[in-house]
Design a protein around this ligand. Structure first.
Ligand SMILES: NC(=O)c1ccc[n+]([C@@H]2O[C@H](COP(=O)([O-])OP(=O)(O)OC[C@H]3O[C@@H](n4cnc5c(N)ncnc54)[C@H](O)[C@@H]3O)[C@@H](O)[C@H]2O)c1
Length: 418
């Protein structure tokens, strides 16, 4: 293994561009390739990497061609959820036929759309025999990393372990049509964003000196609803902005989800994780909020409580943009300024960490097996919401379960009467 890691990206959309931006803070690795079905888009992302000086990236004509290039040592899978399995199948076929070699593969959240697909991803990665990483950026959010370390080293060491964690992720809705389509994305906001919150509460509740599975999920209770986007005026708005195939009068996805995950610690004592997500929050932009409660201490974080704020008077009527904060909703008044979003949301520390693991030949602790367990928790949450009851983890039938939202058969409560 050379001293630098050559990285290729699959997908050239929103998250790939965030990763490329974050690479300014990553050492000993270069972005050397991008593949996505549209060669021009792949070339655009490669050009961004070159312009930022984070690697002499070029666009490839296929995944196989990128794997075959000896300059590429690792892949970051950043395509849409419904292409995950086929992307991995092509990578593994290229490796097994001896066309190329890789050290590691990192995959964006969620690992897959349901448990059957997630298990297929795990089986494929094990067949490939490479190091693997599950890209959950929020565990690398600087205030969470430091807050967790301090809560445990100061609070828990003297007064006892934390027992309750809350995590919420909310914004006003995704940027591309496929996220809104249950069949493609795998569900609605629960599948899209609760994957983050589920892993955040587990991270905060678990002892940093012990493995991730030192606490164990035992029960899940969840609800899902369509609070905003199946209202007639918003059904119309979605069709106008996302295209006619996104029809929430016929095939809605949930825009609100909440779950309580009951964990037990090594001694069997209960720990509670409360997670909430929505695509129906209109504030300045993306809001991540977190709390950790212990016997004599508490920690809290809100990504919109920024140190910097910009005030723009009513006379400033500028174009709509996303230059102040991700999923920005306004260009006037008092707006939060997130200094460095790639750092604040965890991408910088995440990519530094996984690059280091791959260069050292160390299997990352956060990997495809954890991605699978997150999918299992999400699917249990959908099952609980559909059955309107608490379920023991893992419930029977989980391996073949597909949410009604993904099947296009979900009728949100109250919507049939509109
Ligand atoms: N960690 C996070 O906070 C975060 C944020 C956004 C997205 N994501 C995840 O990243 C992934 C991509 O999301 P995005 O927001 O970049 O979506 P996007 O729609 O902006 O970009 C998707 C990209 O995939 C490409 N693509 C199309 N067909 C493909 C195929 N068959 N194989 C591979 N790529 C293909 C598209 O051309 C596009 O470049 C999703 O799995 C999403 O859940 C994670």
């Amino acid at each position: 293994m050379s001293k630098r890691l050559g990285v290729g990206f699959i997908g050239s959309g929103f998250i790939t561009k965030f990763h490329i931006q974050s690479w300014l803070a990553v050492r000993d690795a270069d972005i050397l390739g991008v593949w996505s079905p549209n060669f021009e888009n792949a070339s655009g992302a490669a050009g961004l990497a070159r312009s930022l000086g984070v690697g002499e990236a070029r666009a490839y004509r296929s995944i196989t061609e990128m794997v075959a290039d000896p300059a590429i040592d690792a892949l970051w899978i950043c395509g849409p959820n419904h292409r995950r399995v086929e992307n991995l199948e092509e990578i593994v076929a290229a490796l097994e036929s001896g066309k190329g070699r890789l050290v590691g593969i990192a995959c964006e959240k969620p690992l897959a759309r349901n448990v059957a697909e997630a298990k297929r991803c795990v089986a494929l990665i094990k067949r490939a025999g490479v190091l693997h990483a599950y890209l959950e950026d929020q565990l690398f959010t600087p205030p969470l990393m430091k807050g967790r370390a301090l809560a445990w080293s100061r609070g828990a060491s003297i007064s006892g372990r934390p027992y309750l964690a809350r995590a919420a992720e909310e914004h006003s809705g995704p940027h591309m049509p496929w996220f809104w389509q249950g069949a493609q994305q795998g569900g609605g906001v629960l599948n899209d964003m609760m994957c983050h919150s589920v892993e955040v509460v587990r991270y905060l509740l678990s002892d940093p000196t012990k493995p991730r599975n030192s606490i164990r999920p035992v029960k899940v209770t969840a609800q899902i609803h369509s609070l905003k986007w199946s209202r007639p005026e918003y059904v119309r708005q979605l069709k106008e902005t996302m295209g006619p195939e996104v029809d929430y009068a016929k095939r809605p996805s949930e825009d609100f989800a909440r779950a309580t995950i009951e964990y037990v610690d090594e001694t069997g004592r209960p720990l509670i994780g409360e997670v909430t997500t929505s695509w129906s929050f209109v504030g300045a932009g993306l809001r991540l909020s977190t709390e950790l409660l212990g016997p004599e201490y508490s920690f809290s974080y809100n990504s919109l409580n920024t140190g910097g704020q910009l005030f723009l008077s009513r006379r400033v009527v500028g174009r709509a943009g996303e230059d102040l904060v991700e999923k920005q909703n306004a260009e006037q008044g008092l707006m939060p300024v997130v200094g460095n979003e790639a750092a604040e949301y965890g991408y910088e520390a995440e990519n530094r960490h996984f690059v280091r693991c791959f260069l050292d030949g160390t299997q990352p602790e956060l990997n495809f097996d954890d991605g699978l367990e997150v999918v299992e928790l999400l699917m249990t949450a959908y099952m609980s919401a559909e059955q309107e009851r608490t379920l023991e983890f893992r419930p029977p039938g989980l391996d073949t379960f597909v949410p009604a939202v993904a099947k296009g058969t979900w009728t949100p409560r109250g919507v049939a009467n509109i």
